[in-house]
Design a protein around this ligand. Structure first.
Ligand code: BYC
Length: 346
């Protein structure tokens, strides 16, 4: 039911001597930091790698609306509700920019959505966990958007122009999202003992899945070496994960919360936090479709897609009507316009 490995045609990273002249010229452009644009020649495997990654990213934004959308009707105040609605709407916009970026590589949005619904492509593992309390909404903003920013800031400099440009706007919005999450956590942690316990419980459940968002360890990451060579990936999965831990632990301390990892400790020599072993079997189970919410998320996505068919049809009919409408002639001159122009100044 769920994709295991999307075939991109890369078995191992080629050395320059093995490359055909056009591949060598392409790699030289990448090495010189010249952006690749949609109409430029590119190796098929580069195109397929981008389609794979960008559509997985787009699907994550859209599926990510579900766990948060679940809380719009239950937000604790009108202001929190308005903020959450705006955030969920932003995620839809991010999906839109990313689908558009993927479309520049010659794949249609309908194809990508059909592949998502058929379980042929992935979306982020993180969205297969449930949002049980309001503190989960705070934790998603703080940790999940925090991890997303950490991963996506380097993507603003990636080699493919449309993806890099989409990421600039997305990152600006994600940083607001991260702050709104932290703001919810601050309110809970400064509140009653019950509210603080709710915040701690949410951190306990979201901490490890957030670390898994960065993907498998470098040694097991099948796509990393080639993606780094093509400057699609500028930092490795493990480097980004470490940066996330280093940034987030002091934030948890500020909130007065405990990160659920007995092996977490500041390492003076490395200048980083050491942290415990991630349960990669859980990650692989979620990727295989056996996470707590995989089935529910897909069911809701397909339902939303089917129930939204009339909106897409109406939008397409309206666009066609506008395209075929006779063009209006020039506006008639306003009465007195000529007189005014002719009038002496002063
Ligand atoms: N979940 O060789 P690897 C967000 C897959 S949040 C599911 O390291 P790669 C948001 C990987 O696709 C997140 N699958 O792959 C935040 C590959 O399988 P396939 C979305 C995962 O691509 C708040 C296999 O494991 N962000 O946007 O070099 C609210 C081997 O991995 C995961 C992005 O997508 C995972 N966590 O590196 C709303 C950012 N990790 O494809 C939304 C862009 C790995 O061969 N993406 N896999 O079947 C990336 O930066 C990279 O694709 C990754 C993985 C770092 C995620």
């Amino acid at each position: 039911m769920y994709a295991q490995m999307v075939e991109t045609g890369v078995e191992r990273v080629q050395v320059v001597a093995e490359m055909a002249p056009d591949e060598r010229a392409f790699q030289a452009r990448i090495d010189a930091d010249i952006k690749i644009e949609p109409k430029d020649a590119m190796p098929d495997a580069y195109r397929r790698t981008l389609v794979r990654q960008i559509q997985q990213h787009a699907h994550s934004e859209i599926v990510g609306m579900l766990p948060e959308g679940n809380w719009i009707t239950r937000a604790p105040s009108l202001s929190r509700k308005a903020i959450l609605m705006a955030k969920v709407q932003d995620e839809a916009g991010h999906g839109l920019y990313l689908y558009c970026a993927a479309e520049t590589l010659g794949v249609s949005r309908d194809r990508m959505i059909a592949d998502l619904h058929a379980g042929k492509v992935k979306y982020s593992s993180i969205f297969n966990y449930p949002t049980l309390t309001w503190a989960d909404i705070g934790t998603i903003g703080w940790l999940v958007d925090g991890a997303a920013i950490m991963n996506q800031i380097p993507l603003c400099r990636c080699s493919y122009g449309p993806y890099a440009r989409a990421m600039i706007r997305i990152c600006k919005e994600e940083s607001f999202h991260q702050r709104q999450g932290f703001d919810i956590m601050m309110a809970l942690c400064r509140g009653s003992a019950e509210q603080k316990a709710m915040a701690q419980d949410a951190l306990n459940r979201w901490w490890w899945p957030s670390l898994m968002m960065f993907g498998p360890p470098d040694a097991q990451s099948v796509h990393s070496a080639q993606s780094a060579r093509w400057k699609i990936k500028l930092l490795s999965n493990d480097e980004l994960r470490q940066r996330f831990v280093d940034q987030t632990v002091p934030q948890a301390e500020y909130l007065g919360l405990r990160v659920p990892d007995d092996r977490l400790a500041w390492n003076e020599a490395s200048g980083h936090y050491d942290f415990g072993e991630i349960d990669w079997s859980e990650f692989h189970e979620v990727l295989k479709g056996h996470g707590p919410c995989n089935r529910d998320r897909m069911r809701m996505r397909i339902k939303a897609w089917e129930e939204g068919a009339w909106v897409r049809e109406a939008a397409a009919a309206y666009a066609e009507k506008r395209a075929n409408a006779p063009r209006p002639g020039p506006l008639p001159a306003m009465r007195g316009e000529g007189d005014r122009r002719a009038a002496p100044v002063g």
